[in-house]
Design a protein. Structure first.
Ligand code: UD1
Ligand code: UDP
Length: 408
């Protein structure tokens, strides 16, 4: 069975690295990796740490290009890879433009799509934008769905996805986290090097780790979040570390609000090992990132979600995360509570991890192998040729089965 795994951004690479490893180890599977290069520097950092070596790299990133440009480039690029590799399955993860475009290219080619981290929903197509719409569309395109939690599975069920087409797996980010943690814990030289690298942060002040990148945040939320971080830094009892996402609009706002502010450290994006090192040292985390919420919750680091809505409600329900919105006063108040109220902080630290046991990738690969009766590759992809002429004896008339009752 030939399985093509497509990823393009930092979080997809982190979350598909365990799946790629499990596929590579599975008998009877030929694993082919395709990086779209939607991200460049940040993707390369992750691929290097996890040893991901893509057979195809579409290198679609252009500085500050529009969503439609990325979408078009990924569809065309992945279509060509599918035509060359003839996979039986295409695996995509999450809700990025790479995810949607790769799923659509697979659908066009008649190749079934397996969707990792399926079923996350806020219910608001404006937030996150464009991810909420992209993941809904991928659900319509996919044949197999891997929701990380029971709540995500319930969302899929409510949209008509058939029970037999889904499997709750836990989130593969926990698998990745376990692998990274094992490396940090088994390599004292690495741990020492990271300690030395971040020695300027060892001031005795508590560490606040922050990230921000969401597009809808550019409407004002990011500026208000930065204002809260600036006020928190002004207390003089914290060190705030913010690895700045390379999106030029994000950079401009963050620099404008926080450059040169005492006790604020603006860094380039960190590789996942360095980021985990800081996450473990953090007293609290302030973020609009989905993956960082999951990791912080798994590590027992209190996390404040600087968004108006979240699809990671499990973390809030479990008690490890708080959805604080994007008003400066509310964010600052939440940070101050966690700095001053030891009981509130400890309660968040103790909250259980709702995102899985670190065996998600094994479940995904087992389900794929069990479904080896999966549809064969169809030739409907060759759009200029009538499908009937391309069909050979024994080949299925229609390879992709829609699994939702509403139809794909
Ligand atoms: C993308 C995803 C988002 C995901 C996020 C993770 C979409 C629409 N958005 O958002 O779902 O949560 O990644 O980080 O798919 N850039 C670089 N170097 C890089 C990466 C980005 O310079 O390594 C710059 C480029 O100018 C690029 C811009 O950042 O045009 C935005 O990147 P893009 O992938 O379009 O969106 P993100 O905001 O990163
Ligand atoms: N991350 C990283 N370096 C950083 C910031 C984040 O390696 O400087 C990792 C983090 O550990 C998590 C992932 O990037 O695994 C989250 O990606 P991001 O916040 O870009 O996207 P999202 O999860 O919001 O889609």
């Amino acid at each position: 069975m030939r399985v093509l795994t497509v990823f393009g951004t930092r979080p997809e690479a982190v979350k598909l690295a365990p799946v790629a490893a499990a596929l590579a180890a599975a008998p009877g599977i030929t694993s082919i990796l395709c990086a779209t290069g939607q991200h460049r520097a940040m993707l390369d950092q992750v691929m290097a740490i996890f040893g991901l070596v893509p057979r195809h790299d579409l290198a679609v990133m252009r500085h500050d290009q529009g969503l439609s440009d990325v979408t078009a480039a990924v569809i065309a690029g992945v279509a060509a890879v599918i035509a060359k590799e003839r996979p039986h399955w295409v695996i995509v993860q999450g809700d990025t433009t790479t995810t949607l475009a790769a799923a659509l290219a697979a659908f066009h080619a008649g190749v079934p799509v397996a969707h990792v981290e399926a079923g996350l929903r806020t219910g608001d197509v404006g937030a996150p934008f464009p991810e909420e719409m992209q993941r809904r569309l991928v659900t319509r395109l996919a044949t197999l769905h891997f929701p990380p939690t029971a709540a995500a599975a319930a969302n899929l069920r409510a949209e008509g996805v058939a029970e037999a087409a889904m499997r709750v797996t836990g989130n593969t980010v926990i698998d990745a986290l376990h692998a990274l943690r094992a490396r940090l814990d088994s390599d004292p030289a690495l741990a020492r090097a990271l300690d030395a690298r971040f020695a300027p942060l060892a001031t005795g002040r508590r560490l606040v780790l922050a990230t921000a990148h969401r597009r809808e945040g550019l409407r004002g939320g990011l500026r208000r979040t930065c204002a809260a971080l600036r006020l928190a830094a002004g207390r003089g009892d914290v060190e705030i570390v913010l690895p700045v996402h390379p999106n030029p609009a994000v950079r401009a706002t963050v620099r404008d609000m926080l450059a040169g502010v005492p006790h604020v450290h603006l860094l380039e994006p960190l590789d996942p090992l360095a980021f985990l090192h800081l996450l473990r040292r953090a007293h609290l985390v302030v973020t609009d990132s989905g993956g960082v919420v999951e990791e912080a919750a798994a590590l027992g680091r209190p996390v404040l979600i600087t968004r108006e809505t979240t699809e990671r409600r499990e973390a809030v329900a479990a008690g490890g995360a708080r959805l604080v919105g994007t008003a400066t006063g509310a964010i600052l108040a939440a940070i101050e509570t966690l700095l001053e109220d030891g009981a509130a902080w400890a309660a968040m630290v103790r909250a259980p991890n709702p995102f899985g046991d670190g065996r998600a990738a094994a479940r995904i690969v087992a389900r794929l192998r069990a479904g080896a009766a999966a549809p064969a590759v169809a030739d409907l992809s060759l759009a200029t040729r009538p499908a009937r002429r391309r069909r050979t004896a024994g080949a299925p008339a229609r390879a992709v089965r829609a699994t939702s009752r509403q139809g794909a």
